[in-house]
Design a protein around this ligand. Structure first.
Ligand SMILES: Cc1ncc(COP(=O)(O)O)c(C=O)c1O
Length: 443
């Protein structure tokens, strides 16, 4: 296959790094995380699961689909028509947008255990809001957490007392620079399915813990009743349970994955799964807990804009009507079993993980990032925005996945040929290897 020609996107990204420290607003959209120096970087248009770059070249997105934000596909006509109507009727006004109320009613209908909703714009912001509310309600400071929950001070403070606390929860290299040292010891990590670690933290800090904050599911399924155990211990000790459903929500069912898993939290937080890309997040919680948000000041002008509420309501309606969760699971199963069969066929050591709609793989060899970069590079040549994760959506289809797996088969064969001939996959890269973790970029 001919080499990748660096297009307008990379030219623009070079300019971006001069005027935007770090190049982009989201680490996961940095071209360095995919294919440094060669990634198309910017889109001119996106529709369904198709993406066009700045040179007009068309690709199929079989990676993160808007970093997990577009469960009904890019530029979905039904949803965007509602957004366009909301724009025509005024994005912002001195009076409130009624859709704020309609959406709260819808979220409470989907989560009947809850009695109140507050909103923010981004996922991490809503998690900051949730952590404020649970601390306000319990009048306690300590949070026990598992997984990733955003960029805010409350979360990054985990790395003050232990600089590696977030390494295997989210990313390595996250210095808590700019986070007040006084927050040390207020956010303590535990690992998913690790009963001893969790119980030990409860024993050591009991009486001072406001809440346990975790994703109910993401990479692994709960083992040996882990979520039941967390719920039982939190209830027994007057500790609140916050489920971060920002990515897990609207994948296994309409609303929170906890509905399928059978464990009810005190607070659940939603964002990207819920909105099809419009900037809105929601903190949904038990009535008495959410009432605490009246005693602590949480208020912002742009929390009140209209378009994202209208679009989110439509997104949820379409999601439920089209049983999108069933498609996400079906497609995800097919993708994951495809990876497994192809790896076996070529005798490759590949680890496959993630819940079905959020599957991912990694190569179990020295320098796995070189393997990941190679897959991205070769798939880009074949017309795919691909990485080692596939977030399935209602915009994909069985035939798109069949075609994708045919191409993955060819790429995995190339890898296998390279290994069998004693070669080094990194010599086949046309640019630098992709990055993992958080790194400073040079402008
Ligand atoms: C589980 C989880 N929590 C929080 C966040 C942060 O959300 P946002 O990027 O919208 O701030 C993410 C984003 O990836 C997430 O997956």
């Amino acid at each position: 296959m001919s080499k990748i020609i660096c297009g307008k996107g990379q030219e623009l990204y070079k300019k971006a790094k001069k005027v935007i420290p770090g190049g982009t607003q989201l680490l996961s959209k940095r071209p360095e995380m995919f294919l440094p120096d060669l990634w198309p970087a910017y889109y001119s248009k996106a529709k369904g699961c198709k993406v066009w770059d700045l040179d007009g070249k068309e690709y199929t997105d079989v990676s993160y689909m808007g970093i997990g934000a577009c469960v009904n596909g890019y530029a979905n006509d039904e949803i965007d028509d509602v957004a366009r109507e909301a724009i025509s009727n005024g994005v912002m006004c001195t009076l409130n947008a009624p859709e704020e109320v309609y959406l709260a009613e819808k979220l409470l209908e989907i989560h009947p255990w809850a009695g109140g909703v507050r909103y923010a714009k981004a996922g991490g912001e809503a998690m900051a809001l949730a952590s404020r509310i649970v601390r306000a309600y319990t009048k306690k400071d300590i949070l026990l957490f598992c997984g990733y929950h955003g960029w805010h001070d409350w979360y990054l403070s985990a790395n003050i007392s232990n600089e590696n606390a977030l390494n295997d929860q989210h990313l390595s290299g996250l210095e808590p620079l700019g986070v007040p040292k006084g927050l040390a010891g207020t956010n303590l990590p535990f690992h998913y399915n690790n009963f001893e670690e969790f119980d030990e933290l409860i024993k050591r800090h009991n009486g001072k813990i406001a809440a346990v904050v975790m994703e109910p599911i993401r990479n692994d399924y709960p083992e040996n009743g882990f979520l039941d155990h967390i719920r039982k211990v939190t209830e027994e000790n007057g500790i609140l349970l916050v489920f971060d459903e920002i990515t897990a929500g609207f994948r296994l069912c309409p609303g929170g994955s906890h509905k399928v898993l059978g464990t009810t939290p005190d607070v659940a937080v939603f964002a990207k799964g819920m909105t099809n890309g419009y900037p809105l997040s929601a903190v949904v919680g038990k009535k008495e807990v959410m009432e605490a948000s009246q005693g602590t000041f949480i208020s912002s002008t742009f929390f009140t804009e209209r378009v994202s509420y209208a679009a989110t309501l439509k997104n949820i309606e379409v999601y439920i009507r089209d049983k999108v969760n069933e498609k996400q699971i079906e497609y995800g199963k097919k993708v994951k079993s495809g990876w497994e069969n192809i790896s076996k066929k070529y005798n490759l050591k590949v680890h496959i993980g993630g819940i079905d709609p959020l599957g991912h793989f990694s190569f179990d060899y020295d320098n796995p990032l070189a393997f990941k970069t190679f897959v991205t590079q070769e798939m880009l040549k074949r017309g795919y925005i691909a990485s080692n994760s596939f977030y399935t959506t209602g915009a994909h289809s069985i035939s798109i996945i069949d075609e994708y797996l045919k191409n993955i088969d060819e790429v995995f064969k190339e890898i296998s040929d390279c290994i069998n001939n004693g070669g080094d996959i990194s010599t086949k890269l046309e640019g630098p290897c992709c990055q993992a973790g958080f790194q400073r970029l040079n402008g």
